[in-house]
Design a protein around this ligand. Structure first.
Ligand SMILES: [Zn+2]
Length: 228
């Protein structure tokens, strides 16, 4: 582990509960490290992992590094305060996105394991920058091997098998209904209440295609801000 301190940090206002993975998205490692250590850049990360597997420590874990920017995850909007940030060296989509080499992955995984273990970070909170800032970011991107992290329980696995179309699942309807705002402790009562308000012609407590379509439309339009 090499120390290259960055001045770009301040004090955390939340306990550590997340790990955010990035790619550097610059031509090479030295320019990325220079940028992250440059006071002008106003960006930093706790660690940088180079393509040949070196780990550079830039900000103390106790401090709030500036890697996530405007971001959101599970109700947390100050993601920098709640997270550790790791920059994985890769030119990224702008400068020639390429696979992450084995040396890099085999250095990254023990680093992630150690951080997650020391801070008790749930694997559902081991995320990519694009997960927490989907409108702005693409990193670490589709070439990053999340499944490899999942196999050692450091990230959630991609669901396999027994996959069903959510529009045919009552459970998914109820979860969407909860997201919309209803208490779903009694699913049939919640469905009946939904029908009473949105489909008063037939109130039978049965989830059907029309209910699914209505809820989907309501939820999408509301969350997209079309009902201001
Ligand atoms: Zn990033």
């Amino acid at each position: 582990m090499i120390d290259t301190p960055s001045p770009n940090f301040d004090e955390r206002s939340l306990p550590i509960n997340m790990l955010v993975l990035h790619y550097t998205g610059m031509q090479d490692a030295p320019s990325a490290i220079d940028w992250l250590a440059n006071p002008e850049s106003k960006v930093s990360a706790h660690y940088v992992v180079t393509e040949d597997g070196q780990i550079i420590r830039m900000v103390d874990e106790a401090d709030r590094a500036w890697h996530a920017g405007r971001a959101h995850w599970r109700g947390i909007t100050d993601v920098n305060s709640a997270s550790i940030g790791i920059e994985i060296v890769n030119p990224g989509h702008e400068f020639g996105y390429r696979p992450f080499p084995e040396e890099q992955m085999s250095a990254l995984i023990p680093l992630v394991a150690d951080i997650v273990d020391r801070h008790g970070i749930p694997r559902a909170n081991v995320v990519g920058h694009s997960d927490v800032a989907p409108a702005r970011k693409q990193d670490p991107g589709e070439l990053f091997d999340w499944q490899r992290l999942a196999r050692v329980r450091l990230a959630l696995p991609i669901p396999q098998g027994r996959l069903i179309d959510p529009y045919w699942s009552d459970g998914a309807f109820l979860l969407a209904l909860e997201r919309f705002g209803y208490d779903i402790g009694d699913g049939r009562a919640a469905t009946t209440a939904f029908q009473r308000r949105w489909r008063p012609g037939t109130i039978d407590g049965q989830i059907d295609g029309e209910c699914r379509a209505l809820l989907f439309s309501l939820l999408l339009d509301r969350d997209a801000g079309r009902y201001r």
